[in-house]
Unconditional design. Structure first.
Length: 67
């Protein structure tokens, strides 16, 4: 089975982007969320927030990605 990047339906806090990325990469979602929060501060919030928002619209949900 091929790995596909998709938003998580079960491991989500906002849109499930980081939960889906953690499943794709194979690390704990909490670690990825902490890294994301730490990177928000030096980047000035907007670049990562825009990327997260775009991924929330572009990435399919898990069920849609399986089809």
């Amino acid at each position: 089975m091929r790995k596909q990047l998709a938003r998580s339906r079960s491991d989500r806090k906002l849109a499930g982007v980081l939960g889906g990325m953690s499943r794709y990469v194979g690390i704990d979602a909490t670690i990825l969320r902490v890294i994301f929060i730490i990177l928000l501060i030096p980047t000035g919030f907007f670049p990562l927030a825009i990327v997260y928002g775009l991924l929330a619209f572009v990435l399919p949900n898990e069920e849609e990605a399986i089809k």
